[in-house]
Design a protein around this ligand. Structure first.
Ligand code: ZN
Ligand code: ZN
Length: 346
């Protein structure tokens, strides 16, 4: 079968590999769709030894069960499923709570990260990773497993502050940010203020349900302040999907005393943590959270939201043979939606 693989640091290749067999407890999935994620670029660019080589990429996957391995019950051939990408140890306190995204034993890993992923015609996964998607389009379901789940989880962590009338700032309206705006619009009555450097991203934000769209220029903080009021008040929740120095300081400057600041973007910026209110401080009682991916239960909720028609990922479809083109566009920032490979498409 064809597979798009990471073969060495900075190298990827479309190649042919044997079709895998499901081990006991696993299922073989005919891949309907696999999303390309920025994290894949981190894998490709990482120093040698950071990830297994060769590795089929793809941790955002959906498709149809082709075969079930020994001991698997409750799943049958033909069922449409999304694959929850994380594989925790299953035994630590976090895993026991269903929070495999914060497993205390296994470092972040899973399908398409520490074992072969879905950028191939078939992928195997433990049956415990499956979430049924019903009649949801696989090209929608695939990006929801990360680009939908990650913002959903971040919002869940701040949920108690997102009461009607609260304000939530969404910084960076890209693949994850536009889903965050939709999820906020679908599940809260908060005022959603989107911020981005790209005017076209602000258009997407408004289409996704943002009430205000602010260009991230030098006046952005002042503009936001005019909407959320003066210190020590401010935004109840700030979701930073960029994580650069500039967005972190913008977020810190507008978050309310007692608010939430969630850092999701991995641009590598540094947040200066100085308690107090002022130019450079972070207000007292601010809860800083650094969410990672999400739980399987939350993925089921995201799938339910999508099936009810309240959220939909903006996707650009590619045949698997054009995976390199998709990744090149991802790296160059030339995608207008999540790039989704369709290995089963003719
Ligand atoms: Zn990802
Ligand atoms: Zn664990």
């Amino acid at each position: 079968m064809r597979a798009f693989r990471y073969t060495a640091p900075h190298r990827t290749e479309l190649t042919t590999v044997p079709q895998p067999d499901p081990k006991p407890g696993e299922v073989l999935i005919k891949v309907g769709a696999a999303g390309a994620c920025h994290s894949d670029l981190h894998i490709i660019d990482a120093p040698a030894g950071s990830f297994p080589v060769p590795l089929t990429l793809g941790h955002e996957n959906a498709g149809w069960i082709e075969a079930v391995g020994e001991g698997v019950t409750g799943w049958e051939k033909g069922k449409a499923v999304a694959i929850y990408g994380i594989i925790g140890c299953g035994r630590c306190p976090a895993c026991l709570w269903g929070r495999e995204n914060e497993c205390r034993v296994i470092p972040p890993g899973g399908i398409g990260i520490s074992r072969d992923g879905g950028m191939a015609e078939y992928v195997t996964a433990p049956a415990s990773r499956l979430v049924a998607i019903g009649d949801l389009d696989v090209a929608q379901a695939a990006p929801l497993t990360d680009a939908g789940l990650t913002p959903y989880h971040a919002i869940q962590l701040c949920r108690d502050a997102l009461v009607p009338g609260a304000t939530c700032i969404v910084i960076g309206v890209g693949g994850l940010g536009h889903m965050a705006v939709q999820i906020l619009a679908a599940t809260t009555a908060a005022c959603i203020i989107a911020v981005d450097v790209r005017p076209e991203a602000l258009k997407v934000a408004v289409q996704s349900g943002a009430h205000e769209a602010i260009l991230a220029d030098e006046d952005a903080a002042q503009h936001i302040r005019s909407l959320v009021g003066p210190q020590p008040g401010g935004a109840d929740v700030v979701l930073d999907f960029v994580g650069a120095d500039s967005t972190l300081s913008l977020g810190a400057s507008v978050v309310s005393i007692g608010g939430y600041f969630a850092l999701i973007g991995l641009a590598g910026g540094q947040l200066r943590v100085v308690p107090g209110v002022g130019e450079t401080g972070i207000p007292f009682e601010t809860r800083l959270v650094i969410p990672f991916w999400g739980t399987k239960a939350e993925l089921a909720e995201v799938i339910a939201l999508a099936r009810s028609g309240r959220i939909s990922a903006h996707v650009e479809r590619f045949p698997l043979i054009n995976a390199q083109v998709a990744y090149d566009k991802l790296r160059a920032g030339q995608l207008s939606g999540r790039a989704v490979m369709l290995p089963s498409a003719a």
